[in-house]
Write a protein that binds this ligand. Structure first.
Ligand code: C5J
Length: 219
C-alpha cells in the first residue's frame, strides 16, 4: 500500500505498522507542569488534541497497535541525570512539588496522559527518562516482538522528543511517518523546521502527512 506523504509516497503495510504517541502528558500541555515551568506557552500544544484523538481512534479501529510514551523519572530521581535536572532556571525543577504533584515524576498527576488520549487496556505505555523513546526502555524489543517495520508518530514536542525518537527509529531501520497536525512545539518555527528536516534529502529521517491523509490510508 502507498500513502500520499511528503517528500514522496510511502510504501507501507498496516500489518507491520504501529502508532507511537509521544508524551501527551499533563506536564507538557497543562499550566503548572514541566513545560510551563520552563517558561513555555502550553496552550499552543492543546490545539493538537482533537487531531491526535482522531488518529488514535483510526489506528485502533484498523487494528494498528498504539503505543504511548511518557517522559518521567523515578521518585528517587535515580534515572534523572543531574545535568538534566539542574540545567537552566525553571520556576520548578524535575522532582519539585508543583500544582500537579512532583514535576515529571512517574505516578504523579502531571505525568499522566491527557484523559482524552488515555491508553485503553492492552496498549503499551512506555515511561522514558530521556527525550528519545528507545533510550533506556524496552521499546525496541517490544516492536521487534510485534514485527513492526513502519512507525507513525504523533505527540509533543516536535523538535525534541518526537524528532529524537524518529531519529532513533530511523537508525534502527524503521520507516517513520510524522502526522503533521498531531504534533506541536512551543516554538512554531521549530515545528516547521523539524518537519522540513525530517523529509529533506529524500526522507533522510522520514515522511510527513496530515492526519486526514493517514486516516484515509488506514481505513
Ligand atoms: C521536552 C518532550 N520538550 N516531550 N520533552 O522536554 O518533547
Amino acid at each position: 500500500m502507498k500513502i500520499d506523504a511528503l517528500p514522496f509516497a510511502l510504501e507501507w503495510d498496516p500489518a507491520t505498522t504501529a502508532l507511537i504517541v509521544i508524551d501527551m502528558q499533563r506536564d507538557f500541555i497543562e499550566p503548572g507542569g514541566f513545560g510551563a515551568t520552563l517558561g513555555n506557552d502550553v496552550t499552543l500544544l492543546q490545539a493538537i488534541v482533537p487531531a491526535t484523538a482522531r488518529l488514535i481512534a483510526g489506528c485502533r479501529a484498523a487494528g494498528i497497535p498504539v503505543i504511548h510514551t511518557r517522559e518521567c523519572h523515578r521518585p528517587d530521581l535515580s534515572d534523572c541525570p543531574p545535568a538534566k535536572r539542574l540545567r537552566g532556571s525553571p520556576s520548578l525543577r524535575i522532582g519539585d512539588a508543583g500544582p500537579m504533584g512532583r514535576v515529571l515524576i512517574a505516578g504523579e498527576p502531571g505525568a499522566e496522559i491527557l484523559p482524552e488520549l488515555a491508553p485503553v487496556p492492552g496498549e503499551k505505555v512506555i515511561d522514558k527518562p530521556g527525550k528519545g523513546a528507545f533510550y533506556a526502555t524496552d521499546l525496541g524489543t517490544h516492536l521487534a516482538g510485534l514485527g513492526i517495520r513502519t512507525l507513525i508518530f504523533a505527540g509533543v514536542t516536535t523538535e525534541v522528543c518526537v524528532q529524537t525518537t524518529m531519529r532513533e527509529a530511523n537508525d534502527r531501520g524503521f520507516d517513520c511517518l510524522l502526522a503533521e497536525d498531531a504534533t506541536e512545539s512551543y516554538f512554531p518555527a521549530f515545528k516547521t523546521a523539524a518537519i522540513e528536516m525530517i523529509r529533506a534529502q529524500g526522507a533522510i529521517v522520514g515522511w510527513t502527512a496530515p492526519v486526514a491523509t493517514i486516516l484515509a490510508a488506514v481505513a
